[in-house]
Structure formats: structure tokens, C-alpha cells
Design a binder for this molecule. Structure first.
Ligand SMILES: NC(=O)c1ccc[n+]([C@@H]2O[C@H](COP(=O)([O-])OP(=O)(O)OC[C@H]3O[C@@H](n4cnc5c(N)ncnc54)[C@H](OP(=O)(O)O)[C@@H]3O)[C@@H](O)[C@H]2O)c1
Length: 288
């Protein structure tokens, strides 16, 4: 399953998340499992400090699966400390170098703010607009196939569109049954922006509240699937992209199997009703 972005580029609805996966040996082995399981999209970021290991691993692994660079969709992100036109360009070129790529399929501004400033600092706006302008230029140069944003709220996105007349292709943001952002999803849909969820499985934590949620577990048991598959299916059934992360090859395979079943309307409603507006990651609502 795939979506066509506003850039005309086709992006798989499921990708492989790589936050907290670092070190050549581990990166190589999880990417080996992911490619074997059929993932053709990989999500990284300069702040994950694994782009170099991903680049090296893909160089070795793609031939093993008879794949070429163009068969894999690669996303990376501009780190919050590198906002502004000069730094954005430098950081993007560094990501390309580390990933050993001539182009990225998707490049996102990771966060609407700039690291080291108070959330209410008026410079955030100017710097992220500078970054965006530079990304538009990098896209025209062919170094970025698609450009988008992450952790931006509606007002951040409207400002980007109104000021630059360039609409992001993707919004990547935290989204799961404990944080249902219906109005933001509807807004993105109205603008033709693909909505991609992160932390769909409750992120990497010792006290995972999503995978152990009683409603999620009950639906999983009734359907004979894992709670992870219920959570991922809930998102993709809404046309929302997912990028589950795992270092366990059984989980990596399991998470791919979300197109062979569907949830009933009642199950979707039950999952939507779990919304508590709980953020597991960062919350951008304070960023001016
Ligand atoms: N743009 C942003 O600001 C942002 C923020 C956060 C994340 N992200 C992206 O989104 C990706 C996913 O989010 P996330 O890393 O927060 O975590 P996640 O995908 O929500 O959850 C990962 C956790 O779920 C476990 N898990 C995975 N599959 C499982 C299964 N089938 N059964 C049971 N447990 C399972 C993993 O453990 P095992 O390893 O043991 O399977 C790991 O502990 C990230 O890796 C990153 O690429 C982006």
C-alpha cells in the first residue's frame, strides 16, 4: 500500500522507524530483517545519529535483495539545532553524504523550533521559514524529491503555506489512540498533506501504555492478532502512514502484516474513544 505525495512521488504507507537504533552491527541486522520482511521505506533523522550506519548497511544490503537505491524510500530530518538557511543546507548535504545518497525521497523539518531558545522566542518562526525556503531550493536542485514537516501544528503549517506558497508533502507527528488529532488530520487532508504517525506503538519505554491497553488487547485477542498490529491497522485504515520501530525480527515481520485484515467500524470507534490527549514524546503546542 502506498500514497502519492503532492510532489508526485509514491511513498509506502508503512516505513521502518530507526529512533534509538544505533551501531553498525545492530543497524545492519535490523535493516536486514526489515528488507527481508518487505519494508521499502526507512525513517531516520540527523539527531538519531545512525545515518552513517544506515548508509553503509544499505550499500551492502540492497544488492542482497536485488534492490537499487530507487527501490527504497529514505526519509531524514533537519535537526532542531540546524534551523536557518545556511545551516539547513549544510545539514541536508551532510545527511546525503552519511546516507551515501544523491537524493533523499523525503526531508522533514524535525521540529518547528530551534534548539536552545525559549518556546516563546519570536526567532523560531523566522528560522523555520528560512529552513523551508532552503528546502524548496534543494528540492528544485533535485537533492530532495519531497519536503515536509514534523511536529508542526495547524498554525505552523498555515504560516508556511501562506508565506512561501509551498505546501509540505507530509506532516509526521505523534498519533495513536491515546493522542487522536482528528482536526489536524482533517486539516492536512484538506491541504493534500499526507499525515504520517509516529510512536504508533507507544515508543520505546519500560511502561508501554498502548501495547497493554485493555481495549487494544481485547480487540487483538478477538481477532487473533498482536496488539501492535491492531494499533498499526487503526492508523492505516484511516489512510495514515506508520513507521513502527523494532529491534526484534519477529516484531519487524509482524508489524508488516497489517493489510491482511481490517477492523470493524465498532472497533475503530472503541479505539478512537481511548483518546486522552497524552503525549509520549515532545509536545509542540508551546512553540511560537
Ligand atoms: N519526528 C519525530 O519527532 C519522531 C519522534 C519519535 C519517533 N519518530 C519516528 O517514528 C518511529 C517509531 O516511533 P518510536 O520509535 O517512538 O516507537 P514505536 O514504533 O511507537 O514503538 C517502539 C517500541 O515498540 C516495540 N514493538 C515494536 N513492534 C512490536 C510488536 N510487534 N510487539 C510488541 N512490541 C513491539 C519495540 O520493541 P522491540 O524492539 O522489542 O520490538 C519498541 O520498544 C521512530 O523510530 C522514528 O523513526 C519520529
Amino acid at each position: 500500500m502506498a500514497v502519492t505525495l503532492n510532489s508526485g512521488v509514491v511513498m509506502p504507507l508503512i516505513g521502518f522507524g530507526t529512533f534509538k537504533i544505533r551501531g553498525k552491527e545492530l543497524v545492519y541486522s535490523v535493516l536486514d530483517s526489515a528488507l527481508a520482511a518487505g519494508y521499502r521505506s526507512i525513517d531516520t533523522a540527523s539527531v538519531y545519529r545512525n545515518e552513517g550506519d544506515i548508509g553503509e548497511s544499505l550499500k551492502e544490503l540492497l544488492p542482497k535483495y536485488g534492490l537499487k537505491r530507487q527501490d527504497v524510500f529514505i526519509t531524514s530530518k533537519l535537526g532542531p539545532k540546524n534551523q536557518g538557511c545556511g545551516r539547513c543546507r549544510e545539514s541536508c548535504l551532510q545527511s546525503l553524504h552519511s546516507l551515501q545518497c544523491d537524493y533523499l525521497d523525503l526531508y522533514l523539518i524535525h521540529w518547528p523550533g530551534t534548539q536552545g531558545m525559549q518556546p516563546c522566542d519570536a526567532r523560531h518562526r523566522d528560522l523555520r521559514l528560512q529552513s523551508w525556503g532552503e528546502m524548496v531550493a534543494l528540492q528544485k536542485e533535485g537533492k530532495l524529491k519531497s519536503i515536509g514537516v514534523s511536529n508542526f501544528l495547524q498554525h505552523h503549517i498555515e504560516d508556511v503555506i501562506d508565506t512561501t506558497k509551498h505546501t509540505p508533502a507530509v506532516l509526521q507527528i505523534e498519533y495513536h489512540p491515546h493522542l487522536v488529532q482528528r482536526r489536524l488530520v482533517d486539516f492536512c487532508r484538506s491541504k493534500g498533506i499526507h499525515f504520517q504517525a509516529y510512536s504508533s506503538l507507544g515508543t520505546t519505554t519500560d511502561s508501554n501504555t498502548l501495547l497493554t491497553d485493555s481495549v487494544v488487547c481485547k480487540i487483538a485477542k478477538q481477532r487473533g492478532v498482536s496488539p501492535a498490529r491492531v494499533l498499526l491497522r487503526w492508523a492505516v485504515q484511516q489512510g495514515i502512514g506508520v513507521i513502527p520501530k523494532s529491534t526484534n525480527s519477529d516484531h519487524i515481520r509482524d508489524n508488516m502484516d497489517i493489510f491482511s485484515f481490517s477492523l470493524s467500524d465498532q472497533e475503530m470507534v472503541s479505539l478512537n474513544q481511548l483518546d486522552t490527549q497524552s503525549h509520549l514524546c515532545w509536545n509542540p503546542s508551546q512553540v511560537l
